[in-house]
Design a protein around this ligand. Structure first.
Ligand code: F6R
Length: 260
């Protein structure tokens, strides 16, 4: 796991966008795993800038969503598919039919989960999966207690996550209780995991995920099992890390030929 500590959210977004930009350059028909929420917004903005500057094309790429709320109408502003369209897809040349999300509008959500897993396999797997982290240590919407081998399925949000996400809704009651999310094993199948976290509120879950025990109580601790993880955090999110000095030293001395 590579932990990259940067000054602020702008710098974090630039690094994450640079990883996707490089992927698009080396593998134009790639599969990008897209997260929602606040954490990847700067990354998407940077990617849009790179596209507008003519440095990248998304024409051959696919985007797969990490998760989606259950129970919101298809045109609801907080639907994650809509979020990804507004933040990224509408501004670049990614074909709309190349944007995939779990089907949360069906009656049979268990089958929808299986179909999503089959789709990810058909696409050849996810090349780079962008991730945020919840204050309770969730990745995707795998809340504490999620099976470490879980696959795409319905989950119930914790009270903490619903309170965190209430800022996007009219009030707490409007926040859905259920989501469909890629499982922890699904996320672990991606070839490169890139987690972005900024702000002091992310310090406890980052410390638990990066340096705590591997446990379902902190689902993001599955990052420790993965052979290629880049955790990009600002100083505030790094403030609970015991080995921060080592991560800084490692990054400062990173060989010029070594990519993220
Ligand atoms: C979103 C997702 C969640 C968020 C997490 C952090 O697709 O899967 O895990 O990444 O809740 O949200 P923000 O970035 O809004 O703090």
């Amino acid at each position: 796991m590579e932990v990259v500590i940067v000054a602020d959210a702008e710098a974090a977004g630039a690094i994450a966008a640079g990883i996707v930009e490089r992927l698009l350059g080396t593998k134009p028909a790639c599969v990008i795993g897209v997260a929602t929420g606040s954490s990847p917004v700067i990354t998407y903005r940077r990617l849009v800038e790179a596209f507008c500057a003519g440095r990248i094309t998304f024409a051959g790429a696919h985007a797969v969503l990490l998760d989606e709320y259950v129970g919101l109408p298809a045109d609801h502003p907080q639907r994650y598919r809509r979020f990804v369209h507004e933040q990224l897809v509408e501004h670049v040349d990614l074909p709309v039919e190349h944007v995939h999300a779990p089907d949360v509008d069906t009656q049979d959500l268990a089958e929808a989960g299986r179909r999503y897993e089959a789709l990810l396999t058909e696409l050849g797997g996810v090349d780079v999966q962008l991730l945020g982290i919840g204050s309770d240590g969730h990745v995707g919407f795998n809340e504490p207690g999620s099976s470490l081998r879980s696959r795409t399925r319905i989950k119930t949000l914790t009270a903490a996550t619903r309170a965190d996400n209430a800022r996007f809704f009219a009030n707490l009651d409007a926040v859905p209780r259920h989501v469909m999310t890629q499982g922890l094993a699904t996320i672990g199948d991606a070839r490169h995991l890139v987690l972005i976290a900024c702000g002091v509120g992310k310090a406890p879950p980052i410390a638990a995920a990066v340096e705590g025990p591997l446990t379902a109580s902190c689902p993001a601790s599955i990052l420790q099992l993965h052979p290629h993880v880049t955790v990009v955090i600002d100083e505030a999110a790094a403030s609970g890390l015991t080995h921060a000095a080592y991560y800084r030293e490692t990054h400062a001395g990173k060989p010029s030929w070594q990519h993220y």
